[in-house]
Write a protein that binds this ligand. Structure first.
Ligand SMILES: [Zn+2]
Length: 66
């Protein structure tokens, strides 16, 4: 379990921005980089190389814009 205090200290190693806990509390998400940092055995892995890239929005939604 990640405490709220720890969460406030943690920042995305890439953009130094804030991260937020996922719904399942199994990772920390940086919304600006769209990277998910896994929490392994209660320890967040704050490494860009280890982070999972989130899928972007479906392409067809973007191309329909005027
Ligand atoms: Zn970031």
């Amino acid at each position: 379990m990640i405490s709220k205090e720890l969460l406030e200290i943690l920042a995305c190693p890439k953009c130094k921005g804030p991260v937020e806990l996922t719904v399942n509390e199994d990772g920390l998400l940086c919304k600006s980089c769209r990277l998910l940092y896994e929490i392994r055995e209660g320890i967040p892995v704050m490494l860009v190389d280890e982070a999972r890239k989130l899928e972007d929005e479906p392409e067809d939604q973007k191309t329909n814009r005027p």
